[in-house]
Design a protein around this ligand. Structure first.
Ligand code: TXA
Ligand code: MG
Length: 326
């Protein structure tokens, strides 16, 4: 099995070298682990799509060290981008702007735009500073699987397709970045994530909701996602309590809030209903770990969609949707 590399200067140097040579590197960010390639290297970025089994029309985020590097890849940098970057970068916010010719078509999935972010993680920052180029990186999972919040989860999915696995321990936020499109008339929320909609709106005013177009603006949001093989069910608190009381149902796994007051076999208390950060941090790892226990289903208590709760519920709904993984 491929070994996990400590993110010391030696490990960072090995990762930079691999990226320069057009190979793939798994690295930690504050949200989830990314599967990186040098963004100007179209062949290397194509290798990301092959390793993940990702549809070619689903563009990837380019990670950069700072605002200057982000601007160097864009053809337009609106005022809203200046304001949001000043407030939230480094951090779990991705900005979609018009791209320039330094961004290959394959990165953008054929769109005239590019998604950019400055991650808030010391290992990611060390890597990006040492590279001096942008690193295109989707989450380091097989397409359709829960995103990896631990380095070994990425290795479980991607194995030998990756040259270097930089292990930075469990990630701090646990759900992916919020994606905001700044190329239209109004800033639009394409994906809820690690920065809450409320805090973005406090800086630039109301966000439009992503239109349900024939071709969604964030193409990735149309696919089944974040899903373990075990069926996922979401229940309101009272309904979950009633369902658990039915002894026949107890071969399922149960993810509940500490407020519900249910304990017992196969019950995992994730955190308070009003502590969505705790849910965000643990949800993908729990889905992966419980999947290996082969339960009849994983039943999850719905939490309020405030703050990070919106991102948590968005990912849970996608995991519960079922259907084919493309
Ligand atoms: O936190 C994160 O965002 C993680 C870490 C590794 O940075 N990355 C991540 O990447 O979640 P990925 O590829 O799994 O999700 C990127 C999302 C997808 O829904 C994709 O369709 C959308 O961003 N996206 C990427 N480029 C876009 C673009 N030019 N226009 C619209 N949406 C875009
Ligand atoms: Mg992903």
């Amino acid at each position: 099995m491929k070994r996990l590399t400590p993110p010391d200067p030696h490990g960072i140097q090995a990762a930079v070298q691999a990226l320069r040579e057009g190979r793939l590197v798994v690295f930690p960010t504050e949200t989830v682990y990314g599967l990186g390639a040098r963004s100007e290297d179209a062949a290397a970025v194509r290798a990301i799509f092959a390793a993940k089994g990702r549809p070619a029309d689903n563009p990837v985020i380019v990670h950069v060290a700072d605002v200057a590097m982000a601007r160097a890849l864009s053809s337009d940098w609106p005022d809203a981008a200046t304001k949001l970057a000043a407030r939230f970068w480094p951090g779990p916010l991705t900005l979609v702007v018009r791209r320039n010719l330094k961004v290959p078509d394959v990165v953008a999935g054929g769109l005239p735009t590019v998604a950019l972010r400055v991650p808030d993680h010391p290992v990611a920052q060390a890597l990006l500073n040492a590279c001096g180029f942008g690193v295109a990186a989707p989450s380091a999972n097989k397409s359709g699987r829960p995103s990896p919040t631990r380095c070994a989860d990425a290795r479980d999915d991607l194995g030998d397709a990756v040259a270097v696995y930089l292990d930075g321990g469990p990630t701090r936020v646990g759900v992916e970045s919020t994606v905001v499109d700044l190329t239209g008339k109004r800033p639009t929320l394409l994906r809820p994530g690690g920065v809450s909609q409320e805090s973005i709106e406090a800086v630039i005013g109301p966000l439009a909701a992503a239109p349900k177009a024939a071709r969604p603006l964030a193409p990735g949001m149309q696919y089944r996602h974040y899903a373990p093989a075990t069926p996922v069910e979401i229940l309101a608190s009272a309904d979950l309590k009633a369902a658990y009381a039915d002894a026949a149902a107890q071969d399922k796994a149960w993810l509940v809030s500490s407020d519900l007051g249910v304990t017992g076999p196969n019950v995992h208390v994730v955190g308070g209903r009003d502590d969505p950060e705790a849910w965000a941090r643990q949800i993908f790892a729990l889905l992966r770990d419980l999947d290996k226990e082969h339960h009849a289903a994983i039943v999850v208590e719905a939490i309020p969609e405030k703050g990070l709760g919106a991102a948590v519920m968005n990912r849970l709904r996608k995991a519960a949707e079922g259907g084919d993984v493309p």
